[in-house]
Each structure stands twice: as structure tokens, then as C-alpha cells.
Design a binder for this molecule. Sequence first.
Ligand SMILES: Nc1ncnc2c1ncn2[C@@H]1O[C@H](COP(=O)(O)OP(=O)(O)O)[C@@H](O)[C@H]1O
Ligand SMILES: [Mg+2]
Length: 374
Amino acid sequence: MTSSIYIGLMSGTSMDAIDCALVDFSDRKPYQLDFINTEIPHDLREKMLRLCEDHDSQIPLLGETDVELARQLASSVEHILDLNGLKPSQIAAIGSHGQTIRHQPQQDTSATPFTLQIGDPNTIAELTGITTVSDFRRRDLAAGGQGAPIVPAFHREIFSTAEQNRIIVNIGGMSNITLLGKIGTISGYDTGPGNVLMDIWIQEHQGHPYDKGGKWAESGKIDDVLLELMLEEPYFGLPSPKSTGRELFNKRWLEGKLAEVKQQPSPQDIQATLLALTVQTISKAILNEWQEGEVIVCGGGASNHFLMKSLNNALPEFEIMPSSALGVMEDSMEAVAFAWLAWQTMMQRPVDFTQITGSAHPVIAGGIYYGGKS
Ligand SMILES: Nc1ncnc2c1ncn2[C@@H]1O[C@H](COP(=O)(O)OP(=O)(O)O)[C@@H](O)[C@H]1O
Ligand SMILES: [Mg+2]
């Protein structure tokens, strides 16, 4: 009998960890068997950051990091198999998103659009012996889409309901929303920064990887001048489809905005303002569309209590809940989504991203790298 167990691998903009989900699709709906986080070694993370932010990056660095990350991804898979007493032959396929190191999707400018994820699927398939599906974004881009966000297609599959409008908010390094209308409509786009700027700021000023529970932000006061200035960023006013990443919202962007304010707010006030920026850009995007509904939150930001409290205050007419209330853990949503996308690819099922990314037609997303020795 062919297996219905898939593994989803994800490492997002935050580069905080490799997320690895073991998922059974025998019942069509995903049943999460296990989920683990694996640390990304410091050196590897530094290299990936350099590739994201350094515009003169070297081709050897790109090539080496591609393989080094793949080795880490493969060891994450081996770990989850060990923990669950499973053999590679019991896994139908791995869906590996890889690490985005450049995303330049604009289809309407003079530059040629492209998006680039690394984490060589050949290496993953060779080391694990498991068929690996990867490179999920480029077919959509080739079909005229943004290549992102693509997880909303998974959200539609498992969260659509005719009873109410639902919004899935994923607060990772960037934030993206999926708007699932009760009449069957779907749209989804990146609203802008999620945790990435708060992470950069607290790393620089407190040496912590992130602001646990949003405590530091909570101790500060929102600086309205800085907030207004940041909200003037043209990206926020662009119509969808749109997607963004570290290319725009990075340390340089933050330093540029800070340089424009006459009186420097205190570090904690800046953190409070960055949190408010995330909350406002998400809540405005939702209110632009609907006045009531259910908001389902996932991603690391769902663990930031102060961020959740602020989002609740900004959306009083909405019922806000963590995604675990609907059966998918906050932390594993994206990894589970890539397990699902791998399943679609293996079944040769086109996925319809057209209303989300603007592509011309549904595509079979991802390339297949067969496991086993031939
Ligand atoms: N307990 C917490 N309190 C505040 N922020 C948190 C907490 N846990 C995770 N985060 C935030 O979530 C981020 C990771 O989110 P994740 O969804 O994995 O993003 P990505 O998809 O970009 O990797 C961390 O970098 C951190 O900013
Ligand atoms: Mg992560």
C-alpha cells in the first residue's frame, strides 16, 4: 500500500529554526503525527543572512550554503523518523520549502522577476532516501504570479466555511493574511513585517533573539511620529497581489526611518512602535475587507502575548483565536502546508493560486527529486 505520510520542512524569514512536521493525509485532512524544531547552526544562519542582505554575495557562498542547509534539513528528517520509529520507505514524500534568499517577484517592472529558495533537494533525497518535492514557488512565478504567498491555498483547503468570513493571520518574520470569504472567495498577501524588525531591534539592544511575550515592547510607549512615518512606506498602500521579505523590511529600512525622526525615542519605545506597526498593518488590511469574522492566528507571533492583546484591541468586532483551536498548531502551520503541497505535487494535482498570487492558471507546484538508489 502506498504511504499517506508526508513530511513538511520549513524555515522562514526569521531563520529561528527548521520546522519539521510529520503528517498523515489518509483521511484527506492533515493529521499531525509529530512536529519538531531543529536549531540552525550559528555559522549557517550567518551565511544565509549574508545571502539575504549582502548585494555582492558570491556564487560559491550561494552554492555551498545551498548544500549545507540541505544537510541540516535532511538531519531534521532523520531525527523525526527516529523519534517516531519510522523508516524512509514509510514516507510518501518530503515537501521542503527551503530558505528564501531573494524574492523579486514584481511582474510589471523592467527587472526580470525571480524568486530563489535554497536547500538543495538532491542532497535531501540522497541523504534521506525519501522522494523530495521542492522549489514550490517558481512555477507560479513562471505563470505570471508573485510566487507568494502560497500557503493560503492550504488555508482554503482546511479552513474554508460557509458560516463566516475567516482570516488566517500568519505572523512569522513577515506577516501574511489569507481572507476566506463565506461565499467562497479567497485572497491572500503579505501585509508587511511580522516579527522581523522587533527581532532585529531586541537583538541589537538586549542581545535576546526575540522579545519573549512582547514584554519589552509592553514596557515602552508607542511613538506616534515614528509610527506614522513607517506607515508611509509605499508597500503598505500597494494593492494585492503583493509579497515582500527581508529585501525591503530589514535593518537598513529601520535605520532609515529612525534617521528621519528628529527626537530619537528610547529603545523600548521603538520596540513598542514596531509592535504597533505589525498590529496596525495587519488590522488595517483586515478592516479594509470586512467588519466582522473570525481571525485565526498562527506563526511565532501567536506566542507573543502582548502582540495578541494589541491585535484583539485593534479588532474588537472579530473573534480572535489561535490556529490550534481549529486543529493545526500555531508553530507547525507552514511545515504542515508544505507536506500538503508535496502531496498535491505527487498526485499531479494543480493548485489554484490565481486569486492569491495573480498567476494566469493553476499550476502543479514544485519539482520532484526521487529518493532511493537507482
Ligand atoms: N514566546 C514568544 N514571544 C514573542 N515572540 C515569539 C515567541 N515565540 C516565537 N516568537 C517570534 O516568532 C518568530 C518565529 O516565528 P516563525 O513563525 O517561526 O517565523 P518564520 O516563518 O519567519 O520562521 C521568532 O523570531 C520570534 O520573533
Ligand atoms: Mg520559523
